[in-house]
Every structure is written in C-alpha cells, then in structure tokens.
Design a binder for this molecule. Sequence first.
Ligand SMILES: *[C@@H]1O[C@H](CO)[C@@H](O)[C@H](O)[C@H]1NC(C)=O
Ligand SMILES: *[C@@H]1O[C@H](CO)[C@@H](O)[C@H](O)[C@H]1NC(C)=O
Ligand SMILES: *[C@@H]1O[C@H](CO)[C@@H](O)[C@H](O)[C@H]1NC(C)=O
Ligand SMILES: *[C@@H]1O[C@H](CO)[C@@H](O)[C@H](O)[C@H]1NC(C)=O
Ligand SMILES: *[C@@H]1O[C@H](CO)[C@@H](O)[C@H](O)[C@H]1NC(C)=O
Ligand SMILES: *[C@@H]1O[C@H](CO)[C@@H](O)[C@H](O)[C@H]1NC(C)=O
Length: 537
Amino acid sequence: MGYSRKLSCVLLLVVLLVACTKGEDPYRFYTWNVTYGDIYPLGVKQQGILINGQFPGPLIESVTNDNLIISVFNSLDEPFLISWNGVQQRRNSWQDGVYGTNCPIPPGKNFTYVLQVKDQIGSYFYFPSLAFHKAAGGYGGFQIASRSVIPVPFPPPDGDFTILAGDWYNRNHTDLRAILDGGSDLPFPDGLIINGHGSNSNTFQVDQGKTYRFRISNVGLTTSINFRIQGHKMLLVEVEGTHSLQNTYDSLDIHLGQTYSVLVTADQPPQDYYIVVSTRFTSQVLNATSILHYSNSAGGVPGSPPEGPTQIDWSMNQARSLRENLTASGPRPNPQGSYRYGMINVTRTIRLQNSAPVIDGKQRYAVNGVSFITADTPLKLADHFNIQGVFSLGSIPDNPTGGGGGYLQTSVMAADFRAYVEVVFENPEDTLQSWHIDGHVFFVVGMDGGQWSDASRQNYNLRDTIARSTVQVYPKSWTALYMPLDNVGMWNVRSENWARQYLGQQFYLRVYSPANSWRDEYPIPSNAFLCGRAISH
Ligand SMILES: *[C@@H]1O[C@H](CO)[C@@H](O)[C@H](O)[C@H]1NC(C)=O
Ligand SMILES: *[C@@H]1O[C@H](CO)[C@@H](O)[C@H](O)[C@H]1NC(C)=O
Ligand SMILES: *[C@@H]1O[C@H](CO)[C@@H](O)[C@H](O)[C@H]1NC(C)=O
Ligand SMILES: *[C@@H]1O[C@H](CO)[C@@H](O)[C@H](O)[C@H]1NC(C)=O
Ligand SMILES: *[C@@H]1O[C@H](CO)[C@@H](O)[C@H](O)[C@H]1NC(C)=O
Ligand SMILES: *[C@@H]1O[C@H](CO)[C@@H](O)[C@H](O)[C@H]1NC(C)=O
C-alpha cells in the first residue's frame, strides 16, 4: 500500500468517526419470544409459531435510517431464523437471517439482530426462513416511514392498516415438510387467511369521508391472490419502497412475497363492505373475506362479495401499468427519477430459467438445471473464514442449460460489486413464478409471453418502471430487470413459492468487492453464532 493510499485511509477513518459521532440515527429495541401456541386460522386447531404470543407477529414501525435491535429468543424445539423480505440490510448480509448467511438460533437460545433500515422506505414483512416454518406463521409486517424532512407524494392518511394475506394448510409445517422431503408436491391449500383468520373474523373500522392506507402483502406459500374492497376504488401509492404513479384500481393481483400500499377513501353510503382475497391462476378458487366497517354503518354488507378477475392478460396489463413517479421523493429528498436506470450500460446478462426436474426419484425444483441444497456451514461464514469445500463460485451457470434434467448443488453465483446486471427470468412452465432477490432493488424493464430474445429489449421500459424486490413471471413468459449490484454480501435469490424454494429453486449471489473495507461491508457481528465447520474458527 503506497503512502498516499495509507494517508487517505487514515483520513477516511477520521471522516467516518466524525460522521458516526455526529449524526447518530435513532435506535428502536424489540424483544421477541418465539413459541408454539394454539391457533385456529381455518377453524382447525394447530400449533402455530407465535411471536410474543401473537400471530401474526408484532408490527415493526420504523423510520428511514433507524437502527433496529431485535432480540429473538427461540423457544421452539427446532433451530430458527427470521428474515426480512425486501428490507435491504445495506453492507450487512450478516443480518439477513437466511440459511446462507446465519447459523440458526438453537432451541432455547437467543440472537440479537442489529439492522439499520438505511436509505429505504416502504412496506415489507418478516418471516421465518428455515424448515418450512412459514407454514406455521411466525410472520409480521415491517414498515419504514419517510423521515419527517422528506416530502411524501400524498397527504398523511387518517389510518394505516396492515393486511397479511395468503393461502393456508390445516396440516402443520412438520407434516408438510415430510411430504416435500418424501419427494412429492404439496396438495392444494385448504383455504386463504387474512391476518391469521379465515372469513369474517377481521373488521377494519373507518370513518366516512376519511382516507386510509392499506399495506397488503401476500405471505402465502403457493398461490397468487387478488385483493379487492367491495364498492371502493384503490389508489396505488407504493410498491415495495417505490412511490408509484397513483393509478386507480378495482382490484390488485398480489403474487407470492409481494407488497402494495393503496389509499382507500370511505366515500360510500355508511354500511359494511366485503374486503376479499381470492386465489389466482388456480383451477379451484379459494377466497376469504374481512369487513370494512363504517363507524356510522347502518347495517350489514350489501349482497355477496365481488368476484375477482379471471384473465392472465388482465394481470399482465396491470403489471405493466405500474410506474414510478419520477418527480416524487423516495427515501432521500432528490426525486426518484434522478436515478436514470435506463441510461446505465449493462455489464452482464444473467438468464435464469426455472424447471421441475425429478432427481433420484424425487420431485425437485431448479434454476438453470441446478437444484440448491444446503451445505454443513452457512455460505457467508464459509466465505469469511475461507473454509474450502462448502461451496464453489460459478456452481450455477449464467444461462439456461437446456433439457429437462437437473442436479443437486450448493449453488453460488459470483458477481462484482458495482456491476449493472440485466436479469431475465424465463418461465417455460405452465405455472406462475414469483422471484425475490435479497439485499437489492431492481427495475422491472419488461415482461411478455413466449421466449425472451435480444429483440425483446426493444420494448423495455427504460424510463419510469417500478423498482422493487419481488417480481412475478407469468406462465410460459419472461420478466426482465435491471439491477445495480450496490450491496456487498451473500444474497439469496429465491422462488417465493415456498415448496419450490424448499426443494431447490433458489441460489446465492455473492456480490464481491476486493476492497475489504467497512465502506463496502460491515465486519462479522461480535454476537454471530458459529456452526458447522465455522465452529473451529
Ligand atoms: C417465552 O415464552 C415461554 C412460554 O410462555 C416462557 O416459558 C419463556 O420463559 C419465555 N422466554 C422468554 C425469554 O421470555
Ligand atoms: C404436526 O402434526 C402431527 C400429526 O399430524 C404431529 O404428530 C406433530 O407433532 C405436529 N407437529 C407440530 C410441530 O405441531
Ligand atoms: C441473549 O440474551 C441475553 C439476555 O438478554 C443477552 O445478554 C445476550 O447478549 C443475548 N445473546 C445474543 C447472542 O444476542
Ligand atoms: C368464495 O368461496 C365460496 C365457497 O367456495 C363460493 O361460494 C363463493 O362464490 C366465493 N366467492 C368469491 C367472491 O369468489
Ligand atoms: C408524483 O409526485 C408528485 C410529488 O412530487 C405529486 O405532486 C404528483 O401528484 C404525483 N403524480 C402522480 C401521477 O402520482
Ligand atoms: C455505454 O456504452 C456506449 C457504447 O458502448 C458508450 O458509447 C457509452 O459511453 C457508455 N456509457 C456509459 C455511461 O458508460
């Protein structure tokens, strides 16, 4: 290292110290006890996963840049981790809480997550990431509000409701896991639930004339849902941290792992109305209802719950109508449109194709022919301690391999910090896919039916598409995105269909910087558990 380089490092350290001592961002503390407890989501008694006795778990309400100190006590009889769907963990995949980044919290032990919701706004959820625990609940809402000095492109709503909806099974997570481990697919779900309950158990009370924000997430395991409120329009305002163009919708398709915020004005005659979710792209349609109750309601709900859409084209057109408001602020004062994602040169194209191979007589799911299996040591720890033989870089190709076969592998894709990648999700199957990328947001530049080709780029939206972290791929279709790799770490890329994720439709993207600097990535937390071959370090 040359003298001037050394000097600039010293200067940087001083700058960092000054910055750290000056602008201390606020802290919020949470203590969570994770237990089993009796729940009755569809009227059948089950052991659910509760957090502080609640299902869904407590809502996290934070503000951009807050430091969240979340102590999680695992009172289950199984190893456990919580992950944060869409919450970026800048420079800090150590806190991501998935198999590849953290050792599980052993039964009877506790782990304290230290996360900063840096430069982010929006509506998200947390969930238990290991061992199909998500089928037992253990999830909750996660909000990041704008700092008070940052303009928000709509007036403060009169109320704020979190809706965590999705499909549900009456069989518990250990039974469902046994089905998957045995090499079979899951059966069709038993029903849909909203905030832990089936139909007509939740009431959302509103005052006539007032406007409310609904943050709706699909926390289910296997199906897309449609969300609608009888007699009311929904004004879309936010999609996973992006302030959207404020289009009006009668209903919204919400795919696995996705979150939308809408404003709803109680502008109808004072009575009760159905809030409905129903499954999408399924031959049998399940539904669940809640009640929107006007405080001055004259009586019950009028008629029957409104029917949902049935067309695939309708859904794709709705997806294409989602736009970023270029002049609105995001987490910072400058307009969202000042990041001109369409003007940046792509440095690499990654094409990812899902498939459903049978391997060794068992149903598996794969990406580019590789079906992910866990190793004995979390990948981030193996990387940190330089433990050989846990995974190898390049163990998943950048392009589909062709053919229907597949093989098992602890797949990790190597990528460079500050690369600007084009990712094309290609879905040759008849089912809808939903993909999530941890640690990043991406711009959904295009989607269409058929096979993607170079010519498909001519129709990309390079101006005002939405930036988000979870995106659907329609049956026999493709979805393309642009993504700045601006977050060093080990990041999970996964199907949000939980059976597919569990059976291998996922991998890790290792975003690497040779600088080995705190500016790019935080050091291993002092409270990190060690496990597998990391124990001896
Ligand atoms: C968690 O809850 C269980 C059951 O109520 C209780 O026995 C245990 O002491 C609690 N643990 C903590 C750390 O609060
Ligand atoms: C799940 O249900 C099975 C019976 O179907 C039971 O043996 C098992 O203990 C249950 N597991 C949990 C975690 O409740
Ligand atoms: C577990 O909780 C105890 C008591 O609150 C605390 O002292 C300890 O630091 C925690 N351990 C971890 C790994 O967070
Ligand atoms: C909801 O499901 C019930 C029972 O299957 C069915 O009778 C009803 O028509 C469905 N409603 C909607 C709005 O889909
Ligand atoms: C976009 O955001 C601006 C605030 O910068 C707001 O005035 C405008 O109404 C928004 N436009 C739409 C179409 O949502
Ligand atoms: C992008 O690539 C084009 C053609 O290769 C080049 O002319 C242009 O300078 C590049 N732009 C940036 C911002 O690097």
